[in-house]
Ligand binder design. Structure first.
Ligand code: SF4
Length: 347
């Protein structure tokens, strides 16, 4: 069972950087303060009570944790040590920038029993990093991953396809370079234009165009398939919808969809369904079998995959049924002459 994550969003206290996609106005004011011991205790208790029996993982998100003053890092992680001792908290994770990690930082985190560090890598292309105003280069990422892995920490990598200067080829090259670092997992967040950012200014003046939703789904599909083949899980695609993000006027443009990850999964299913059905005569009536929990991925949003199969191949899908006996990476197609199966790694 996946651990129950107790999230704490760290304010970006005086971040000196100017990433074009980041809402500096909002963050530079460092709204809010670091969580107090009492707040952490209360939230951990509340979450644990809501899901008894599940392992609890405390996660510090949203900021550059290891760029906080050392005394703040020590205070936050120190306050959690008794919870780790007692078993009330099973693990700690935090997110940071690649250039805020070195061997000393990695061994400090290990000492404080942090299990997982997520690095905001965004791109491994030097020009994209420069145009995004990241203030670090790809070598910083390689060094950071090396230090963290050397210290025995699990490392997650966050990528942002669609930044200024990026292209599908560059995103895929970034992915391959990131995978060569053998991260434990990836998160892929296609770039969105958020009000108040430099990117919004560039968008309004016409010097930046985000990916369309279709382009982002198609690119993330390729990225997901490559990552899976490399054995690296992608634990999230697309930003988590939040009340703040969904407020009118916050997202100005870009491939935002509250179920972006499902759109990508569904697109992969469509490719496999199309592969299976491509040899059938037009007018065939078929049923698809889906592995456990994946019927809706095959059907697609608003039954779109079924409509597209009919339009492209003339194949009528009568039903999509869950087949628990199917391997999780396979789907089946039944039609009057028999049953066909295909696996996702055939794509
Ligand atoms: S995204 Fe960039 S600008 Fe925004 S807080 Fe992180 S490092 Fe600073």
């Amino acid at each position: 069972m996946r651990p129950l994550v107790v999230p704490f969003f760290i304010p970006h206290l005086g971040c000196p950087h100017r990433c074009v996609f980041c809402d500096q106005e909002k963050i530079a004011g460092a709204r809010g303060a670091l969580p107090t011991d009492a707040e952490m205790r209360e939230r951990i208790g509340r979450y644990a009570e809501s899901s008894p029996g599940r392992d609890v993982e405390v996660a510090f998100y949203g900021g550059t944790f290891t760029a906080l003053a050392k005394r703040d890092q020590s205070a936050l992680l120190g306050a959690l040590q008794p919870f780790l001792e007692s078993g009330e908290v099973a693990s700690l994770r935090l997110s940071t920038r690649p250039d805020a990690v070195d061997a000393g930082v990695a061994s400090f985190l290990k000492e404080m029993r942090v299990a997982t560090v997520e690095l905001g890598v965004q791109s491994m292309d030097e020009e994209v990093l420069r145009l995004a105003g990241r203030g670090h280069d790809a070598a910083d990422t390689e060094r950071a991953v090396g230090c963290l892995r050397q210290a025995g920490l699990s490392v997650g990598v966050q990528l942002m396809p669609g930044l200024p200067g990026d292209s599908p080829e560059r995103s895929l090259a970034t992915l391959h370079r990131a995978l060569s670092l053998q991260p434990s997992f990836l998160r892929i967040y296609p770039t969105l234009v958020i009000a108040g950012t430099e990117l919004a200014r560039m968008y309004h003046e016409g010097s930046y165009q985000p990916l369309s939703l279709d382009q982002a789904v198609s690119l993330c599909k390729r990225m997901l398939l490559i990552a899976r083949r490399a054995g690296v899980p992608v634990i999230r695609m697309g930003l988590q919808p939040t009340a703040e993000l969904e407020s009118p006027g916050v997202i100005l443009a870009g491939p935002h969809h509250p179920a972006f990850g499902q759109l990508v999964e569904s697109e992969i299913c469509f490719d496999l369904m199309r592969l299976l059905a491509s040899g059938l005569p037009s007018g065939s009536r078929v049923c698809f079998g889906a592995p456990a929990g994946r019927v809706s991925d095959l059907v697609g949003q608003k039954r779109g995959n079924l409509a597209r199969l009919k339009e492209l191949l003339g194949v009528e899908v009568e039903a999509v049924r869950e087949e628990p006996s199917l391997a999780p990476d396979a789907i089946s197609l039944q039609w009057e002459d028999g049953v066909l199966q295909a696996r996702f790694d055939e794509l």
